[in-house]
Design a protein around this ligand. Sequence first.
Ligand SMILES: Cc1cc2nc3c(=O)[nH]c(=O)nc-3n(C[C@H](O)[C@H](O)[C@H](O)COP(=O)(O)O)c2cc1C
Length: 209
Amino acid sequence: MPTLLVIQAHPHIDNSLSLTVGQQFIDSYKAAHPADQVIIRDLYTPEGVPPLNDQTMEAWRKQKFSEKLTADEEQLLNRHASWLTEFIKADKYVFINPMYNHFLPAELKQYLDLTAVAHKTFKYTAEGPVGLLKGKKALHIQAAGGIYHRDGGDPRGDLGDLYLTKMLNFYGVNDVDKLFIEGADAHRDQRQAILDQTLADAKTLAAKF
Ligand SMILES: Cc1cc2nc3c(=O)[nH]c(=O)nc-3n(C[C@H](O)[C@H](O)[C@H](O)COP(=O)(O)O)c2cc1C
């Protein structure tokens, strides 16, 4: 039974374009793949994404030198391990986020830091780094107020998608689909039309994803 992991990197607000398209994709995916498992990993919880901070570095140091961890450090490393295992075990990924300040929300960057672990998602060889998540696929759903990917928009201005795709490729995930909901802030009169078009694209993609 394949598992679809939905990484939801969005604050909990109404009328979000990316969450609306994401929900459409999930509903259509479930209808088309009723036996699959769908897991939603919300990055905007009070506990948040396990961080790479002072406490994590100290816990890793202690682990390396077989020193005794405090209960808090043990709990932190357990959280890291369980989030990483969830990511590795999934067969397909959906990332949902708004564009914030020409990039991904910080929580999603933190999630990519959490999942970039040598010997788990990639390894270094004499020929350079090799991804360990081969054969998996991903979808990036992102809303932006401006236009980057259509009507002559410059995709190099979308650093978030470039970075996410780079990290997925680094993990060995080379099959990366995209659903961009763009220009609804720049062209407010077209908001509904932009949303409707992407909802239709989400339905079509979900059936064959
Ligand atoms: C803090 C903040 C930063 C933003 N930065 C950008 C940006 O750099 N480029 C852009 O095109 N839109 C930017 N926007 C607009 C959002 O990407 C746009 O409103 C999008 O629809 C938000 O996604 P959502 O509808 O799923 O919430 C920004 C919005 C906010 C709130």
